[in-house]
Write a protein that binds this ligand. Structure first.
Ligand SMILES: NC(=O)c1ccc[n+]([C@@H]2O[C@H](COP(=O)([O-])OP(=O)(O)OC[C@H]3O[C@@H](n4cnc5c(N)ncnc54)[C@H](OP(=O)(O)O)[C@@H]3O)[C@@H](O)[C@H]2O)c1
Length: 378
C-alpha cells in the first residue's frame, strides 16, 4: 500500500536535539516523512515574517521546535527565541491546523524530587532569562490550547546527553571540564540526584506523539531516564573512564563555591567598566543546581502508549560511546590536548600531516587527485 509522504518542519536542526531528530527521520523514514530543517539564517524565530512566509510556502503536516537561544543570552534574545518565536510558530501551526511539538526544559521546574508535569516555577522577574522564557512559552502554549484549540505537545527535557553537541553545553560542558582537567575538585554535595534525558530516544517519542494526537494532544510530558543519577558518582565514573587524576574526591561546600562565583561577578563587572566584554561562564550560572537535587517523574509517559525503544540505556551505558565521540572531536578541534597522543597513534594520515607534510602532499598528488571512477560509472 502506498503511504502518502508527510512533510515536517523542524526549527533548530543544527542543534543537539534538532540534529538528532533530523537524523532519525532521514535514516528511518526517508520515504514517509520529508523533514525540512531550515537554518536560523533562512528562518529566524526572531523574525515573524520569516516564520509565516516559510510555513505558508511549505504547508507542512507538523512543526517541531527544538531551537533555543544560547544559555547566556540577554533578555531580548532569550525572549524572542525562547518565547515569542515559539508562540508565533504555534500560531502558524494552529492556523494551518497541524500539530506543534515544543521542546521545553526542567529549567521551568523548581528543585525537588519526583517532580510531575503539573509542577512548575512561579513566573517572576527574578528568574534567569532562560528559565523565564521557557516557562512563559509553556504557559502561553497551555493558554492557546485552552482558548484557541491549539494541538500541541510539550516535552520537558532534563539534563540531555547525546552526540553532536557542537556548542558544548549542559552535561557536555561538565564532561569537557573533566576531560580538560579543569575541574580540580567536586562542586556538588554527596547524593545530589538529577534526571537525565537521552537525546537519541527523543525522536522515537516525537514520532509516536505525532501518530497518536488524540492521546498526546494538549499534554506536557517529562522525558527522562527512569532512574535519577548522583552527580558525584557520574563525575567520578567519567574520571575513571578517562584515567585522570582530577577531580579529587573533595566536596566543595556551596557557601565556598558561591563566594567564588560572587568574587568572579565583581571582577567581571570591573572588566566591563573598562570596556572589556566579559560574562559569567554559563556553567557558573547553574552552580546552584549542582548542589540541589532535581528529579522528574517519568510516570505519566510510562503509563502512556509510548514504549521505550531502549529501556536499558542510561547515561552510564552510553558513556563509552560518548567518550570516544567527544574526545576524538575535541582533540581534532584542538580544544583539549590531553588525548592527542593516544588518539593520533593509529591514524597514519594525521601523523603524516603533523610530522611529514611533504610525504603526504606527494602521496596525494600521486594517487589522491584523479577522477573518481565509481562516480563516473553512475
Ligand atoms: N541540551 C540540554 O541539556 C537541554 C536540556 C533541557 C532542555 N533542552 C531544550 O532542548 C531544545 C534544544 O536544545 P539544544 O541543546 O539542542 O540546543 P542547541 O544545541 O544550542 O541548538 C539550538 C538550535 O537553535 C537554533 N536557533 C538559535 N537561535 C535561533 C533563531 N533565532 N531562529 C531559529 N533557530 C535558532 C540554533 O541554530 P543556529 O546554530 O543556526 O543558531 C540551533 O539549531 C531547547 O528547547 C532546550 O531548551 C536542552
Amino acid at each position: 500500500m502506498m503511504v502518502e509522504k508527510k512533510t515536517g518542519v523542524l526549527i533548530g536542526g543544527s542543534g543537539l536535539i534538532g540534529g538528532t531528530i533530523v537524523n532519525f527521520y532521514k535514516t528511518n523514514y526517508p520515504n514517509i516523512i520529508d523533514i525540512r530543517a531550515p537554518s536560523s539564517k533562512k528562518v529566524s524565530l526572531r523574525e515573524e515574517a520569516d516564520i509565516h512566509g516559510y510555513l505558508a510556502d511549505v504547508k507542512p503536516d507538523f512543526v517541531i521546535n527544538a531551537a533555543m537561544a544560547s544559555l547566556g543570552s540577554d533578555s531580548q534574545l532569550a525572549c524572542e527565541v525562547n518565547y515569542l518565536g515559539p508562540i508565533n510558530l504555534a500560531r502558524c501551526a494552529n492556523t494551518l491546523g497541524i500539530p506543534y511539538i515544543h521542546i521545553s526544559s526542567a529549567a521551568t521546574l523548581p528543585a525537588g524530587l519526583n517532580l510531575g508535569e503539573e509542577d512548575s516555577l512561579a513566573l517572576s522577574p527574578r528568574l534567569n532569562n532562560y528559565a523565564k522564557s521557557k516557562l512563559m512559552a509553556e504557559l502561553t502554549l497551555r493558554y492557546m490550547a485552552e482558548k484557541e484549540g491549539l494541538d500541541y505537545s510539550c516535552i520537558r527535557l532534563a539534563i540531555v546527553y547525546g552526540a553532536h553537541d557542537h556548542k558544548i553545553q549542559g552535561f557536555h560542558r561538565m564532561f569537557f571540564s573533566i576531560a580538560d582537567e579543569s575541574m580540580p575538585v567536586l562542586f556538588t554535595r554527596k547524593n545530589t540526584l538529577h534526571s537525565y534525558s537521552n537525546a537519541q530516544k527523543l525522536p522515537f517519542l516525537i514520532h509516536h506523539m505525532l501518530k497518536n494526537r488524540a492521546e498526546f494532544g494538549g499534554g506536557t510530558y517529562n522525558f527522562v531516564d527512569k532512574n535519577p543519577v548522583d552527580l558525584a558518582t557520574l563525575i567520578l565514573t567519567i574520571k575513571s573512564y578517562l584515567q585522570l587524576s582530577l577531580p579529587k574526591e573533595i566536596y566543595i561546600p556551596y557557601w565556598l563555591a558561591n563566594s567564588g562565583r560572587k568574587g568572579m561577578e565583581i571582577l567581571l563587572r570591573l572588566l566591563r567598566k573598562i570596556g572589556l566584554k566579559a560574562t559569567l561562564p554559563p556553567e557558573l550560572m547553574f552552580l546552584d543546581s549542582f548542589y540541589r537535587p532535581q528529579t522528574l517523574s517519568p510516570k505519566k509517559l510510562m503509563e502512556s502508549s509510548f514504549i521505550d525503544p531502549l529501556p536499558d540505556e542510561t547515561i552510564f551505558t552510553r558513556l563509552p560511546e560518548l567518550v570516544i565521540y567527544y574526545l576524538t572531536r575535541w582533540s581534532h578541534e584542538n580544544q583539549i590536548t590531553t588525548f592527542n597522543e593516544t588518539i593520533g597513534k593509529e591514524n597514519k594520515v594525521a601523523k603524516a600531516f603533523i610530522y611529514n607534510p611533504e610525504f603526504l602532499i606527494d602521496s596525494i598528488h600521486t594517487s589522491g587527485t584523479n577522477l573518481i571512477s565509481e562516480m563516473q560509472k553512475k
